[in-house]
Design a protein around this ligand. Structure first.
Ligand code: FAD
Length: 389
């Protein structure tokens, strides 16, 4: 077992989280614990995350300690159950306050999800560390998903050597990374999508480097780097699946469904901003479109549908995935409308540099552009429609 996997987590300083155990909290307790961490640890930092690009590492550790990254992982729970809806709701609670931190939670949840459904050896080495938040991690799968959708070429290529693979190439943006972090990604052996391998990359590997090649609005606090692979050796025990295409087919519905945590949280935050303007501006805001009650109704419908689908995250049928993509598209579109509405309902005050409305507006575009982006979703749904899926 790796030294990382053996590390025994200690409670983050000042944390509110309860004593950690692999025993899962029931969904309501998990969501309410998450809310307490958000109120007391994240809220005081949100403006700095947004304006200074602060990476809220202590908050992410507290969330891990509370069990947030464990809800959807049967292999990291003593009851062997999977509660995807609880994972989505907890992420929404974080994203409602700060989408940047909510995205970091998605990165962590998704990296752990890859291990959950991958090779037992890699899972045994890393799953518990990720589920507990002792090790923080991400996912470099945007290029993969776009390559499999025929949008761009795969950027990482590997070669089989004794005991593993040597990988070269680069990924322009991978988040929630740093020294000692890990992330899941896929490389090609054939130069295209025919022969691919899914692996866990350790940022400490010789030949691997993180490059800060850009600064971002709204998401600067997510530690997003370009990842450069210069003859990086990936040992066999870090291979999540040596059939990358098959793996993506198993992972994709769960990966996309978890993103609803970001979308639902952002939309709810926008609705709350609209509502907070009502006492003073309701008499005139009544003439606006996308009033908070209308948005709430649409959000509730999406959330109900998603939480139902999330009961069976391993369902791999094309029909199921099409439904997930349709809802994902709807969530991205609703996020844009809700954030525009938050701006219009708030008026001039929404333009203050400290105003949640303008922050949520910038955050909401990320829901619509993170892979699968709106244009990617429309392309994929059009293809499915043509094939009559
Ligand atoms: C803040 C932030 C965090 C992100 N975090 C992750 C992550 O954790 N994991 C992940 O897989 N993806 C991540 N992405 C990428 C994201 O998921 C989308 O792929 C990206 O926003 C573009 O998607 P798109 O479909 O709109 O592509 P488009 O914008 O239409 O096309 C973008 C493509 O152009 C090329 N390109 C553009 N700029 C550059 C550049 N500077 N260097 C190299 N190539 C470039 C790349 O091929 C890229 O895929 C992140 C993006 C942002 C902005």
């Amino acid at each position: 077992m790796s030294a990382v996997a053996q590390m025994s987590p200690t409670p983050p300083a000042g944390t509110l989280a309860p004593p950690m155990s692999a025993s899962p909290l029931d969904a309501e307790t998990l969501v309410s614990q998450t809310g307490a961490i958000v109120d007391q640890e994240l809220k005081p930092l949100t403006a700095r995350v947004d304006r200074e690009g602060l990476y809220p590492e202590a908050v992410l550790r507290s969330l891990g300690y509370a069990g947030v990254y464990r809800a959807h992982l049967a292999n990291a729970r003593t009851d062997g159950e999977v509660d995807f809806p609880a994972a989505i709701r907890a992420m929404a609670t974080v994203s409602q306050e700060c989408l940047s931190t909510g995205f970091a939670v998605w990165c962590q949840d998704t990296c752990a999800w890859y291990l959950e459904i991958g090779n037992p050896k890699a899972r045994e080495l890393w799953l518990e560390s990720l589920a507990s938040g002792t090790v923080l991690g991400g996912t470099g799968m945007s290029n993969t998903m776009k390559a499999f959708a025929g949008i761009e070429d795969l950027r990482l290529s590997g070669e089989r050597v004794e005991g593993g693979y040597v990988v070269n190439g680069s990924l322009p943006w991978v988040s929630n990374l740093g020294e000692g972090h890990v992330f899941g990604s896929l490389f090609t052996l054939s130069g295209d999508t025919r022969q691919t391998v899914m692996a866990l990359v350790d940022c400490r590997s010789p030949g691997f480097s993180l490059r800060q090649s850009a600064h971002f609005v709204a998401l600067e606090g997510t530690r997003t780097y370009a990842c450069i692979f210069d003859n990086v050796f990936i040992p066999d025990e870090h291979i999540i699946d040596d059939n990358g295409a098959g793996f993506l087919e198993r992972a994709r519905a769960g990966l996309v469904m978890l993103q609803f945590g970001m979308g639902a949280g952002n939309i709810q935050g926008c609705i709350n901003v609209c509502r907070s303007a009502e006492p003073m501006l309701g008499h005139i805001n009544q003439f606006l479109d996308d009033r908070p009650d209308e948005l709430q109704e649409e959000l509730d419908d999406i959330v109900d549908a998603v939480l139902t689908l999330a009961e069976t995250p391993c369902e791999a049928s094309p029909d199921f995935f099409r439904e997930v993509l349709e809802l994902r598209l709807a969530a991205g579109e609703l996020a844009l409308r809700a954030s525009q509405s938050a701006m219009l309902h708030t008026g001039a005050k929404g333009y203050l540099s400290s105003a949640p409305a303008q922050r949520k507006l910038r955050e909401s575009y990320f829901v619509a552009i993170v892979t699968p982006a709106t244009k990617h979703l429309r392309k994929e749904l059009a293809r499915m429609h043509e094939m009559d899926v």
